[in-house]
Write a new protein. Structure first.
Length: 122
């Protein structure tokens, strides 16, 4: 039973990361040259080597990419838990890496986007 409870963080974390990914995609889309609805803060963007005036939305792109990692951690833990009896098993030692990685990734992505409050409408 304890093993199943360890799935709560990755499951909730996956849902949160899906929402952060969708929000990041909106920021990327709204700041693109095609829409140009918002102006991204310079602290969250880098210039292009070919076109230095272009601003690449690095933070939202990285958050969007990290959502797959957290969802992958959930899938890893689900496969670990399948077919286990209700007692501790040695293979449960393999749950630490995806659990801690999920927590670290989720905290870092939330911190990054919480600092992202200065996207200004045009």
């Amino acid at each position: 039973m304890i093993g199943i409870l360890r799935l709560n963080l990755p499951a909730v974390g996956s849902l949160i990361m899906i929402h952060l990914s969708r929000f990041s995609e909106e920021l990327i889309l709204w700041s693109s040259a095609q829409f140009d609805f918002i102006d991204m803060p310079d602290a969250f963007c880098t210039g292009s080597s070919i076109m230095p005036q272009k601003k690449n939305p690095d933070v939202p792109e990285l958050v969007r990419g990290k959502s797959g990692r957290v969802t992958g951690n959930l899938m890893s833990l689900l496969m670990l838990m399948k077919s286990q009896p209700l007692a501790y098993n040695k293979d449960n030692q393999e749950d630490k890496e995806p659990l801690f990685d999920t927590a670290d990734t989720l905290i870092n992505c939330l911190r990054a986007l919480c600092r992202y409050d200065s996207a200004h409408p045009r």
